[in-house]
Structures are given as structure tokens and as C-alpha cells.
Design a protein around this ligand. Structure first.
Ligand SMILES: Cc1cc2nc3c(=O)[nH]c(=O)nc-3n(C[C@H](O)[C@H](O)[C@H](O)COP(=O)(O)OP(=O)(O)OC[C@H]3O[C@@H](n4cnc5c(N)ncnc54)[C@H](O)[C@@H]3O)c2cc1C
Length: 443
């Protein structure tokens, strides 16, 4: 309280509880205190104080991450950046915005839309931009715009000892030395606290089109996703739901979508691209094809995609998320999705399967009771099978959610040869190991 004043710190039970975990199955643990800094200087002051006393500090954005990232496993301070929530500058002539880390992506998009611009990285949840950078978030629009690493130009970062650094620059490109900006993107709060971000903005799509196309099988749908991008169409989003997931959506929403592997595609080419998309879908024997250009109709067409995970959640009241996140080379995705479905079915685990089909990233969304050790273990075994399968085929354990607690072992399996270097990087920035201990690299 001496550092931030009474308003800036809370030890109230409700506030502590809100910072004890995320939406996932990972066991919760309350921090000793929650700090709410409003400036970079306050962040640096808290860090310097904590560093001197070896007190853990866990940055907290919007708390939407899914791998136990924000859980203060060693207690200490949860550093909630929600009050650093100002869009500092919109620079339409540079196609850039400078924001504080607590700005939500919806807030930046509301401000950017006034200039016909948007920040397209879309992790599904309304996350904070600091948290999105810290997890290298990506999602439905990655196929066209890339993830956070492609859209963060510069950062301001407060290090564990309170030093403030500014990696990156306001230019579109730079070759000035080691790329520390990219290192902090995806560092999950373990190397520093992001206190400011300079982000790329993009023009809002001029002629958006939504398409839903059903295919005879998952392989045909996945191959079509790659062909659409390969054909040079302006694919903004390209999502796959498998047959069983659409069956679950129909049961949950009382809808009648074709129960077949389906692509949900968004393009920015108006009517011109509808015909080309239909033709490409025809190469793989598309069985139904619908296209819409009007805003409301586009939203309706995409509804099944948005409801997929909720269809699984609705059948499991009181349970929590367990979301797998393996990513494979594009040609492997059909087999990966079929393997995932077969393994979940063999174990009798209800799962929605959603894939960013043009990225090779696929999710099995499961619901588990965190207090049922058997159920958690069964889901973890399934997860391990999927990751092992993906790694054997050139994939990665996490395409976008990050390591957190849940994928520590998989990082070791995937990049065991790199662990000494990761440990050295951690020690170079956080000698006392106070920043988000127990995540990404074991302490
Ligand atoms: C329904 C749903 C769908 C999702 N779909 C996707 C998806 O498609 N793609 C995807 O990438 N993710 C997805 N996610 C996960 C989540 O939304 C992302 O990981 C998001 O980037 C987390 O942002 P946040 O603000 O909630 O961060 P938090 O959860 O608060 O924090 C995440 C991590 O970042 C660190 N951190 C937060 N702020 C800072 C900061 N200022 N400086 C340094 N470290 C910081 C934290 O310590 C923690 O390690 C989904 C989540 C949900 C609930």
C-alpha cells in the first residue's frame, strides 16, 4: 500500500479469488495480494520492491488464458493491469496504435473503426492486448494477418528489477540487433511486464463474404482450406467443424446444419470471390454451399462455429475447460482431426473439434470436473496422446494458447535441446525468478 496507495492494492477475499485461476481445470490458488498499477512507473516500483524481497509477481490481463498461466502457484502478488486501459495514440497515417496493456481488443477496435481500421488478431475471448502479446495469441484471422508477433511493432517492458526497456520500433521493419520484441511476445509474464504496446492496424474488410460449405469428409474440407489460400483468394478466416461437432450443435441449438465436416470461410472479395470459392470447393466434392454478403446473414451463417464449444459446455454444467491446442503441418491436419476424434470417442469423452483449418491448428474442447481426479487424468492422457502424435509428425504442442502450467512437460518433450538456453534467457531478465514462477520454464 505504501507503493500504490490504498486504492491500488486489495487483499479482499473476492478480489483474491478472482485472481486465483482461469476458466480451465487447473487447480486454483489465491495470491497474497492484488496490485492495480495505473502507470509504468507504478509497475516498475512494485517490481523493484518485490524483487528485493523475492516476492513472486504474476501479471494479470483479462484472465482468459487456458493453461493456468495466471495462477500464482507460489503465492505473492497478482499484478492486475486492467487500470492501464488507455488507447494512448491512434496513428491512422502510420496504420498504428499505441496502447496500454489493459486495453481490451474490443476497445481498440471500437477506437480504430472510426478511422476505417481494425486490429484483426482474434483469440475468441475479449482479451487484453498485454495478455494477447504475452501469450502470442492468434486465432481465426491468422491465415490472413498473422498472430501477435506479426502485429506488435514495439513494446515498453518493465523488468523484474524495475528497469524499463523499449524493444522494437515504430517502423514497419527493423534489422537493428537481436529481436527482443519478439522474445517478449509469447513470454507469458515470465520475463517482464508489458506496460505499453505499439500495434499494427489494418484496413477494415471492404467486401466481406461469409461461406459455409459441407464436405464428404474431414480430409476434403482440410484440403479445400489449403487450396483456397493457395488459389490466392483473400481468405480472412477459415474454420473447420467436424461431423460430430455439428451434430452436437444441432442438438444444443435445435438447428439443422448439415451434419458433415464443414468449412466456415470469410473472404474479402465480394461476389467475385464467391464463384471462385464454389469452384475450388467443387474439386473436393462439396455437398452443400451457402454464401452471404449482408451483415446479419453473414453472422447467422457463422453461428454454428460460434456455438460449437458452448454446445459441449452446455452438456457439462459446473465443469471447467480443458482445451487441447496442437498444431501440425497443413498436409497432416486431416489425419490429426480424425485421430483426435477417434481417440476421444475411444475414451468416451465428449469433445467439440474446431480447427483453424488453414493454420493446421486444431482444438479438442473438453469439459472436466477439476475435483474428479479420474476425469482429469483421462483428459490429460488423451491430451498426451494427441501431442505425441502431433510431435511425431512435425507439429507443436501449442499453436496459440501457450505453455503456462499445462504444457510444461510437452515443451520439454518438444524442445528439450533448447531448455538450457530458455533457462539462461529467464535468468538474464529475472535473476531472482520472481516473474510468474513455475510457468514456461521450471524454476
Ligand atoms: C472461449 C475462449 C476461446 C479462446 N480462443 C483462443 C484462440 O483462438 N487463440 C488464442 O490465442 N487464445 C485463445 N484463448 C485464450 C486466451 O483468450 C488468450 O490466451 C489471450 O491472449 C489471453 O489474454 P488475457 O488478457 O486474458 O491474458 P491473461 O489470461 O490475463 O494472461 C495470460 C498470460 O499473459 C501474462 N500477461 C498478461 N498481461 C501481461 C502483461 N501486460 N505483461 C506481461 N505478461 C502479461 C499473464 O501473466 C499470463 O501468463 C481463448 C480463451 C477462451 C476463454
Amino acid at each position: 500500500m505504501a507503493l500504490l496507495g490504498e486504492e491500488g492494492v486489495s487483499t479482499g477475499e473476492t478480489v483474491l479469488d478472482l485472481h486465483a485461476g482461469d476458466l480451465s481445470y487447473h487447480p486454483r490458488r489465491v495470491p497474497d495480494a492484488v496490485a492495480f498499477p495505473t502507470t509504468t512507473e507504478e509497475v516498475a516500483r512494485v517490481l523493484a520492491w518485490a524483487n528485493e524481497r523475492r516476492v513472486p509477481v504474476v501479471p494479470f490481463g483479462a484472465g482468459t488464458s487456458l493453461e493456468g498461466h495466471v495462477i500464482p502457484v507460489a503465492g505473492g502478488i497478482s499484478l492486475d493491469l486492467a487500470r492501464m486501459n488507455r488507447v494512448l495514440e491512434l496513428l491512422p497515417n502510420d496504420l498504428q496504435a499505441i496502447v496500454q496493456p489493459g486495453v481490451l481488443r474490443s476497445e481498440l477496435n471500437a477506437a480504430a473503426a472510426q478511422h476505417g481500421l481494425w486490429f484483426p488478431v482474434d483469440p475468441g475471448a475479449d482479451a487484453s492486448l498485454g495478455g494477447m502479446a504475452a501469450t502470442n495469441a492468434s486465432g481465426t484471422t491468422t491465415v490472413r494477418y498473422g498472430g501477435m508477433r506479426a502485429n506488435v511493432l514495439a513494446l515498453e517492458v518493465a523488468l523484474a528489477d524495475g528497469t524499463v526497456i523499449r524493444p522494437g520500433s515504430r517502423t514497419v521493419k527493423t534489422s537493428a540487433g537481436y529481436d527482443l520484441r519478439s522474445l517478449f511476445v509469447g513470454s507469458e509474464g515470465t520475463l517482464g511486464v508489458i506496460t505499453e504496446l505499439t500495434l499494427r492496424l489494418h484496413g477494415l474488410p471492404e467486401r466481406p463474404v461469409a461461406i459455409r460449405a459441407a464436405f464428404p469428409n474431414v480430409g476434403a474440407a482440410c484440403r479445400t482450406a489449403v487450396s483456397l489460400v493457395g488459389a490466392g483468394l483473400t481468405v480472412t478466416r477459415c474454420e473447420l467443424l467436424d461431423e460430430a461437432t455439428l451434430r452436437a450443435v444441432n442438438a444444443y441449438k435445435e438447428t439443422s446444419y448439415p451434419e458433415a465436416a464443414s468449412l466456415f470461410v470469410e473472404l474479402d472479395g465480394g461476389e467475385d470471390e464467391i464463384a471462385s470459392t464454389r469452384e475450388v470447393c467443387g474439386w473436393e466434392g462439396v455437398v452443400s454451399f451457402e454464401a452471404e454478403t449482408a451483415a446479419e446473414a453473414r453472422t447467422r451463417l457463422w453461428e454454428a462455429r460460434h456455438h460449437a464449444v458452448f454446445a459441449v459446455a452446455a452438456g457439462a454444467p459446473g465443469k471447467r475447460w480443458f482445451a487441447t491446442d496442437a498444431c501440425v503441418p497443413l498436409s497432416v491436419l486431416p489425419d490429426a482431426v480424425e485421430h483426435g476424434r477417434a481417440r476421444a470417442d475411444a475414451r468416451g469423452i465428449p469433445a467439440a473439434i474446431v480447427a483453424h483449418a488453414a493454420d493446421g491448428n486444431f482444438h479438442l474442447a473438453l469439459m472436466v470436473d477439476p475435483d474428479d481426479a479420474g476425469e482429469v487424468a483421462e483428459a490429460q492422457e488423451l491430451h498426451a496422446e494427441l501431442v505425441e502424435w502431433a510431435l511425431e509428425r512435425g507439429g507443436t504442442s501449442t499453436g496459440e494458447h501457450g505453455v503456462g502450467l499445462g504444457k510444461l512437460g510437452y515443451l520439454e518433450r518438444e524442445h528439450g535441446d533448447l531448455l538450457p538456453y530458455l533457462g539462461a534467457i529467464k535468468a538474464a531478465f529475472d535473476r531472482n525468478g520472481i516473474l510468474n514462477p513455475g510457468k514456461v520454464v521450471r524454476g
